[in-house]
Design a protein around this ligand. Structure first.
Ligand code: NAD
Length: 360
């Protein structure tokens, strides 16, 4: 197959980790007889430096014309970088929000997997870590509180701020369908998380998820209140397969799920629209503290590339090959600094990419 991948290397460690993911994709192409054409695009801080804005129409148009987007991460040190002296809508993160909106990427997938080789990094009790876990947090990305009308005003002489949380049934239905589709490729269980004991938007969420669930008799599903879910994630994470939730709950729960895996450098993510198109990026940020030192862990980006192969290109065996290559590298004891432990072989970002590419 011949596929076009738009590549946004971004800022900080972005260029280092994306280079390693491309190395692995090139090896997949060679091994499985595909051609991947890359088009490099600017977004985030590097776009501010060149274009004065974090996202240009040209980047949006070229991203849309590709079959998928592979991204590193954007942003700099929020305390010292001049990018953060700009108004909020001109900062690097505004570029990412704008791109997600322009590409209609409403479904964010974040797998949280505890690798048996990295169990030691899991902050949970040993008996919980021993059971392991492998869940997919599916977060609605373009609605809810972060996109609702907001204002700060004086009401009767008191400064008052208001944010609004709105969802319509179509927004809920399209992400619920995605979640059940993905559950069908996994262990066939969906936990839909809401706050239906308080919020109207959650009651509608629950009603629509129940309607969608009827179309998937093979998938078991349950509703869980968000406060309970936050507790269950640390008490018994093995119970979860696909966790479906709205934007803000998903923002918080996906970070909690990342934390219990022990390393941000291992966590992939995908943002999808209602076609095969998606944007794939590591869950972590641009790590300005280690940028340019060839120290970053490229595995999250390499696993994001595996998700790109699976969800945008329907290349399941190629995606399996990448995931197996990562597992083998870990089993063989290769570790970047962030996941290093005694007796293991410490490697740089580019060496980790070499090892994984060689395992394909
Ligand atoms: P961060 O994720 O960049 O870094 C947090 C810690 O994790 C740091 O110690 C860093 O060294 C480490 N880390 C992150 N990724 C790593 C990797 N691949 N390998 C090894 N260590 C890794 O979070 P932060 O410091 O809060 O944010 C830095 C910048 O990144 C900010 O400008 C923030 O806005 C931006 N950010 C961007 C995205 C994105 O591009 N989607 C996401 C989150 C944060």
């Amino acid at each position: 197959m011949n596929k076009k991948i738009a590549v946004i290397k971004g800022d900080g460690i972005g260029p280092e980790i994306v280079t390693e993911a491309m190395k692995v994709l090139d090896k997949v192409a060679e091994k499985f007889g595909h051609t991947f054409e890359y088009e490099q695009l600017l977004m985030g801080g590097c776009s501010i430096d060149v274009n004065g804005v974090p996202l240009t129409d040209e980047t949006i148009a070229k991203a849309k014309a590709a079959d998928a987007v592979l991204m590193g991460s954007i942003g700099g040190n929020t305390a010292t970088s001049p990018w953060y002296k700009l108004p909020a809508d001109k900062r690097p993160e505004a570029g990412l929000l704008g791109l997600r909106k322009a590409l209609n990427l409403f479904a964010n997938l974040r797998p949280a997997v505890l690798y048996s080789e990295l169990k030691g990094a899991c902050p949970l009790k040993e008996e919980i870590a021993d059971r392991g876990f492998d869940m997919m947090i599916m977060r609605e990305l373009t609605g809810g509180l972060y996109f609702g009308a907001r204002k700060t005003e004086e009401v009767d002489g008191v400064v008052t701020a208001t944010d609004t949380l709105t969802y319509n049934e179509n927004e809920i239905r399209r992400i619920a369908i995605r979640a059940f589709d993905i559950a069908m490729k996994r262990r066939k269980k969906v936990t839909s998380v809401d706050k239906a004991n308080v919020l109207d938007s959650s009651r509608l969420w629950r009603k629509v998820v129940e309607e969608v669930a009827k179309e998937y008799p093979e998938v078991s599903y349950e509703h869980m209140l968000v406060d309970n879910c936050a507790m269950q994630l640390v008490k018994d994470p093995a119970q979860f397969d696909v966790v479906l939730t709205e934007n803000m709950f998903g923002d918080i729960l996906s970070d909690e799920a990342s934390m219990i895996t022990g390393s941000i450098g291992m966590l992939a993510s995908a943002s999808l629209n209602d076609t095969k198109f998606g944007l794939y990026e590591p869950s972590g940020g641009s790590a300005p503290d280690i940028a340019g030192q060839n120290k970053a862990n490229p595995i999250a980006t390499i696993l994001s590339a595996a998700m790109l192969l699976r969800y945008s290109f329907d290349m399941d065996k190629e995606a399996d090959a990448v995931e197996n290559a990562v597992n083998k590298a870990l089993k063989d004891g290769y570790r970047t600094g962030d996941i290093m432990s005694e007796g293991m072989k410490k490697v740089s970002c580019s060496e980790m990419g070499d090892v994984i590419a060689a395992n394909i």
